[in-house]
Write a protein that binds this ligand. Structure first.
Ligand code: ZN
Ligand code: ZN
Ligand code: ZN
Ligand code: ZN
Length: 772
């Protein structure tokens, strides 16, 4: 018998190794045996029987476990010195970076950690990050900051409280600072008096500020998303007005038990389990995905970074104790890492206690499964193993085996009990059977995650889009930061024209209605393919390959309707009714239909067809547009305006009014007009842009929101230039109100763009006459 991978070159990555193993399994006929094995546990068992496979996995685990993420006092000290150099040169941001790295590298025991926190608190104070500064001072004191320097920390803490307008705590901190002077050995009475006088002076000053200051700028009210009391065990995170229905044909789906209004929050759900992407480690909390400024490290490794001690503790208790120093191995297995974490957060003890309530073949929950057990919602998510090719099943099963071996050999998972920290019941024996059970569960979760995992993302306009003159509509970027499992929101079915929109507050998923839903109506999410942004064929292919179903939404049901929507943005103008005449080239691209003949008549009146002059205008319009772009790039804005206007004239005479080329010309024109200070003309151009963008992306789309914000900037410019005109101010207020409604739907009221619009609204209301 040949062992695995005798002759092949050594694999560099986990997928490479999987490919080699799968090829061997195929040669030896084991793949067939695997497909016929009934149930997930059995499949994982069969994989182990392959000769030499376990040995290969053992060596893969050791190969990955050499850790480059240990702590070092020497490195921490060197980094702090570099931070000090920057700090002396008033480079606060530069020093912050080095101090943070010093914090991360410093061993939990020893002086380096407290010194790094102490120094970083100084940089944070100068950067105006008072809350972060206070947290660092706490941590420095907690990790035994040198006694003779302690007074400095208390003094800085007092100054932070003054900046935050909290005068009583400030006073208390200054008092502590004076007491801490006694901790300095060999301090002369003169020196002590002088230090004490300095602190007294700060304290007295803060009292006088506290008297003069009446109100402080308040944070935007309600900037924390709502949470719901858990009411429905089948639908975690949902508002009480939703419920799950079951149907033999379509499975489970979510309906509204009461009428739903636009903007209503329907889900506010925390993930059951989730994984931060590796490239986000240096910017986001490892546990809650909050963006941080001054992270605190895992006490053991230099990889996991947190926003707070609470997150660090929760992370350690729930999963990081089993992952610390092995994150490279775990990231190498992709989505399987999330399957592992699902099992970790549930806890071994809990899983073994639930074992009798599982159907042993499908590992789904039986009717005896304790109701209200949150894990049940994960266990019952759908998967499509029946239609999956055998070599893919083999790869997932092998990965499940790898992770089970990892858990038993490198972690205390099988002996540490549940996440509550309970010791394992000695009567629960960790035998082969339990190992296979956990392996089977992980295999099942991997297959579920293929169609149930959600991306957690941050949103905002792309950097390029906001700087690029050529970009017609400011594109939004969704930066994916993590992968998560939301069992409640996963119950919603897909539509290409969804009833809801998703946003995130750190790791919390917020689902809001974007259209009214009648009582009893179904709630639809969009799994990605959207009828306004993707063509029908693209949508159907994507949904079939990832989610194994054929969409039957109204936009997918009728290929012609889909073409009529998308075809309009690339159509010629009808000489008879100004309607759209399809562009035959685009047509071929948009539909896979044979019945679209060349030279179609107008979609609206069916009378006119395009003329040869219109084809000529396409090239002429493009030529003039490109000339305008060149001039704008040379800062010749008046030349550019002239060229864009001529291009617009040509394009408007031959292209349908919502054509994307007209949008592109108007947008560039508006930018140049604003550059030249022609705000009223720029406003006119933008007004037309908004109407096209509304037609293209929908009235409550984020694209319209961004156009409105742009428009408000122009109107502000107009007011600044021409003085206050009540009409303009009213128009500005209306625009901002609409923008803020749209930003609220897409981003939530905690997002900085929403808050900026609120700030602008406040300023406009000051401008408007009081009777308004
Ligand atoms: Zn956190
Ligand atoms: Zn760690
Ligand atoms: Zn559809
Ligand atoms: Zn027509």
């Amino acid at each position: 018998m040949s062992s695995v991978n005798e002759n092949a070159s050594p694999a560099q990555t986990w997928p490479e190794l999987l490919d080699q193993l799968a090829a061997k399994a195929k040669r030896e006929g084991t793949l067939k045996a695997l497909s016929s094995a009934e149930g997930f546990t059995e499949k994982v068992r069969r994989v182990q029987e392959i000769n030499g496979l376990r040995r290969k996995l053992v060596s893969w685990i050791s190969q990955c476990s050499e850790s480059a993420y240990g702590k070092s006092g020497g490195t921490a000290s060197r980094l702090r010195d570099e931070g000090n150099l920057k700090f002396k040169r008033n480079d606060n941001l530069g020093s912050l970076k080095f101090y943070t790295e010093s914090v991360i590298c410093a061993p939990a025991l020893g002086p380096e950690l407290s010194l790094a926190f102490g120094n970083r608190s100084a940089a944070l104070y100068h950067l105006g990050r008072y809350q972060d500064c206070l947290q660092d001072i706490e941590l420095a004191l907690k990790h035994r900051y040198p006694k003779n320097l302690e007074f400095k920390l208390h003094q800085r803490r007092g100054q932070c409280f003054v900046k935050l307008g909290e005068f009583d705590p400030a006073k208390a901190a200054f008092d502590l600072a004076i007491q801490a002077l006694d901790l300095i050995p060999k301090l002369t009475p003169e020196k002590r008096d002088s230090l004490s006088r300095d602190i007294q002076a700060l304290s007295v000053e803060s009292v006088s500020i506290s008297k003069s200051q009446t109100s402080l700028p308040e944070a935007w009210p309600g900037s924390i998303p709502p949470t719901f009391e858990p009411t429905n065990p089948d639908l975690p995170g949902a508002t009480s007005s939703l419920s799950v229905k079951r149907d033999p044909e379509k499975g489970r789906f979510v309906v509204a038990d009461e009428e739903v209004a636009v903007g209503q929050v329907l889900f506010s759900e925390l993930p059951y389990a989730s994984i931060l992407l590796l490239d986000q480690y240096s910017t986001h909390c490892h546990h809650c995905y909050k963006r941080f400024y001054a992270p605190i490290p895992c006490l053991k490794c230099t990889q996991a970074r947190y926003c707070s001690e609470d997150c660090r503790t929760d992370s350690w208790d729930q999963y990081h104790q089993h992952e610390c120093a092995h994150l490279d191995l775990l990231h190498s297995v992709g989505i399987a890492h999330l399957a592992l974490r699902t099992v970790e957060v549930t806890g071994y003890n809990n899983l073994i206690n639930l074992k009798p309530f599982f159907n042993q073949i499908t590992l789904s929950s039986t009717s005896l499964f304790p109701s209200g057990e949150p894990y049940r919602n994960v266990v019952d998510l759908v998967e499509h193993s029946r239609t999956m090719p055998p070599d893919e099943i083999f790869q997932y099963a092998t990965t499940a085996l790898l992770l089970t071996m990892y858990l038993s050999q490198r972690t205390s998972f099988f002996s540490s009990g549940s996440m509550s920290g309970l010791k394992l019941d000695p009567s629960l024996d960790v035998n082969e059977d339990s190992l296979d059970f956990i392996g089977g569960l992980m295999l099942k979760h991997m297959l579920q995650l293929v169609c149930n995992a959600s991306a957690i993302y941050e949103v905002g306009p792309t950097k390029e889009a906001s700087e690029d003159l050529n970009n017609a509509v400011s594109e939004t970027e969704q930066r994916r930061i993590a992968t998560a499992i939301y069992p409640g929101a996963s119950m919603m079915n897909h539509s290409c024209d969804p009833t809801v929109i998703n946003s995130f507050f750190n790791n919390r998923l917020i689902v809001r209605a974007i259209m009214p839903v009648a009582k009893g109506g179904e709630i639809f999410n969009c799994y990605g393919p959207h009828f306004r942004r993707h063509l029908r064929q693209e949508r159907l292919t994507d949904l079939q390959s990832q989610y194994n179903f054929t969409c039957r939404c109204s936009h997918c049901a009728d290929p012609k309707a889909d073409f009529r929507l998308h075809g309009r943005f690339a159509a010629f103008k009808c000489s008879n009714c100004d309607g759209p005449i399809p562009d035959i080239l685009k047509e071929a691209e948009l539909t896979n239909q044979e019945d679209w003949h060349a030279n179609q008549p107008c979609m609206d009146c069916g009378q006119a067809r395009r003329s040869s002059q219109q084809i000529g205008d396409v090239f002429l319009g493009l030529d003039l547009f490109n000339k305008g772009q060149e001039m704008a790039a040379r800062q010749d804005f008046s030349g550019a305006i002239h060229s864009f206007q001529k291009s617009l004239e040509v394009r408007e005479r031959s292209l349908y009014k919502n054509h994307k080329d007209i949008l592109e010309t108007l947008d560039s024109l508006a930018k140049c007009q604003a550059m030249m200070g022609n705000f009223s003309q720029s406003a006119e151009s933008l007004r037309k842009c908004i109407s096209i963008v509304e037609n293209r992306y929908g009235a409550v789309s984020i694209e319209v929101g961004h156009e409105l914000v742009k428009f408000s900037d122009i109107l502000e410019g107009q007011i600044a230039d021409n003085g206050l005109n009540p009409k303009t101010a009213e128009a500005l207020e209306a625009i901002l109100k609409r923008a803020s409604e749209i930003l609220l739907l897409h981003y939530g009221n905690w997002h900085h763009e929403f808050q900026e619009v609120q700030e602008k609204l406040k300023q406009v209301s000051i401008l408007l006459p009081p009777n308004k």
